[in-house]
Write a protein of this length. Structure first.
Ligand code: FAD
Length: 514
């Protein structure tokens, strides 16, 4: 363990992790209290472009450099770009987990023998976190997916705020006839399953336009002009938080490690906020001796299934011309309690704004505009035993306690998987025909790990923090990220994470002495 320096630096708010959650804390606190000092420390490097810029908005060279920089111990490794090609299904899961450019997997410890595990679970380590790589789908959860501990009207207004922070657009599709046709066909098939429930619609996206160019939103949009506007705000890259310093039960700062020089130093803070993702937030708390009973438990990730559909030519409209603004959109089949514990998405490749590089070679070329992806997420049956645990006798590549994942599927999960398979086949049939069967992806593929630092109304051993992200039995220590989400969800989590971080940050700002 490196030695700590004397005469520590002091800030009002120290935030660990520069992804969407940490950035939301910074933005909301700074907006409320522009007079306070806020330091975000980030284990990974600064990437190209503006602070937290999405890699899709970069030139191909800058994108490749940034992705390779953010891969932590795999920095510099070239990964193939994402594509929807699926290997043969074995009825269970693909054997080879896919790791996105910009990410690195857990490695040893990701799956215990005989368990489903999270072999495809991956993390990102660069300024902006995963918020510079994400796909920007931002649906609002519904029914039992929603946080039951926050009054409903307040939650709705937090979602409004989160959509504003993330720059969510509800309409990048204009009056596209193809998307409307697909939506109507899918709605006619599914809406009668659950009359009165959220109807089939379109996926909201955190994407905007600059002229004819699409700009994917994320961390940079959350941060906005904070670095220019708020003189005492800064982001310090290549800086690992090794442990949280406490005096009694009060968090008073952190021991940080400069990864360029390997030197360690303390930063003292009035408030410490840990937003280091759902796996590394519990890791840092564990390493710091902050170990509530629920820490790392209730881990849940969406059951992910994908398939490819060849659309009926009658449902296809021609590509936008290179000069016309790209149309971006997909059909959203929402979660319905008890009836459809899953979220479905029908994504015509011609409406992704991403172009043909997404297609497997065998399918590229003539007719490619007829291809659509089915990307479905199932809500996991949450179990206390599904957990990220830590082995102090082994170190991860950052010298932190090594992760061990325990993760199994239940009978309820298997029923959801079969229902997903059936619903995907129904969806394919009404718009065309399946050309690649629904396939269950390896555990961790959705990159939506939740529950490991979950919130709750009482310190009853089933949660790690209160509904304002304050760690139980500790003072001045906050957490944020997908890990705080306490419910079983099928909706992509980042919008909820930003909403909950905004609420916690507003409370933190109000609690700081004037
Ligand atoms: C390819 C891809 C597509 C995705 N698509 C979607 C989508 O469409 N919709 C959606 O809702 N979500 C999506 N996600 C997930 C989304 O990106 C995450 O939900 C979101 O980024 C989580 O934000 P966060 O701030 O909690 O964590 P992160 O963004 O992971 O940021 C955590 C940061 O903490 C840093 N850190 C960790 N430990 C330490 C330490 N000890 N000291 C200092 N720093 C540390 C890490 O380096 C990292 O930069 C996608 C992710 C990927 C990769």
């Amino acid at each position: 363990m490196p030695e700590a320096h004397s005469n520590p630096e002091h800030v009002d708010v120290l935030i660990v992790g520069s992804g969407p959650a940490g950035s939301t804390y910074a933005r909301v606190v700074a907006d409320a209290r522009p007079d306070v000092s806020i330091l975000i420390v980030e284990a990974g490097p600064r990437l190209r472009g503006t602070l937290g810029e999405h890699t899709s908005n970069m030139s191909p060279d800058d994108r490749r450099i940034s992705q390779r920089l953010a891969q932590g111990p795999d920095a510099g490794v070239d990964r193939p770009p994402p594509h929807p090609a699926l290997s043969e299904t074995d009825g269970q899961a693909r054997t080879a987990p896919f790791i996105f450019p910009g990410l690195f997997p857990i490695g040893d410890g990701a799956a215990m023998p005989g368990e489903f595990g999270l072999p495809a679970a991956a993390m990102s380590t660069g300024v902006g976190g995963m918020g510079v790589h994400w796909s920007a789908s931002t649906p609002r959860p519904s029914g039992s997916e929603r946080n039951p501990f926050i009054p409903s009207a307040e939650l709705d207004s937090l979602y409004d705020q989160a959509e504003g922070l993330l720059g969510v657009s509800k309409d990048l599709r204009g009056d596209d006839e193809m998307l409307a046709t697909l939506r109507d066909l899918v709605a006619a098939e599914f809406d009668s399953d659950a009359p009165g429930a959220s109807p089939v619609g379109y996926m909201p996206l955190a994407i905007g336009r600059r002229g004819n160019e699409l700009q994917v939103s994320g961390t940079s949009v959350i941060l906005g002009d904070l670095a220019d506007r708020v003189p005492r705000f800064s982001v310090r890259p290549e800086t690992l938080a090794r442990y949280i310093l406490t005096e009694g039960d009060t968090a008073v700062g952190a021991l940080l490690e400069d990864r360029m020089t390997d030197s360690a130093y303390e930063v003292r803070a009035e408030r410490v906020v840990v937003c280091a993702d759902s796996l590394r937030t519990p890791q840092l708390l564990f390493a710091s001796g902050v170990r509530p009973t629920a820490l790392g438990h209730y881990l849940n990730d969406h059951l992910q299934m994908t398939a490819l559909v060849k659309l009926d030519p009658a449902n296809v409209r021609k590509w936008p011309t290179p000069e016309s603004p790209s149309i971006v959109g997909s059909v959203l089949i929402p979660f319905v309690d008890g009836i459809r514990p899953m979220q479905g998405q029908l994504i015509p490749l011609s409406r992704t704004g991403a172009g043909f590089h997404l297609l497997p070679e065998s399918m590229a070329g003539a007719g490619a505009e007829e291809i659509a992806i089915l990307a479905w997420y199932g809500a996991k049956d949450i179990q206390v035993g599904d957990a990220v645990e830590f082995d102090e006798s082994r170190a991860d590549p950052y010298g932190m306690p090594a992760m061990i994942i325990h993760y199994t599927l239940t009978d309820a999960d298997r029923r959801v998987i079969e229902l997903m398979r059936a619903n995907m086949a129904r969806c394919a049939e009404v718009v065309g025909s399946l050309i690649a069967e629904p396939t269950l992806a390896p555990g961790g593929s959705s990159l939506h790990y939740q529950g490991t630092i979950r919130m709750g109304p009482n310190d009853d051993g089933t949660c790690v923090c209160d509904t304002y992200g304050r760690v139980w039995s500790r003072t001045h220590l906050y957490v944020g990220g997908n890990g705080v989400i306490p419910t079983s969800t099928a909706a992509n989590p980042t919008l909820t994470t930003v909403a909950l971080a905004a609420r916690a940050a507003a409370r933190l700002a109000a609690d700081l002495s004037a």
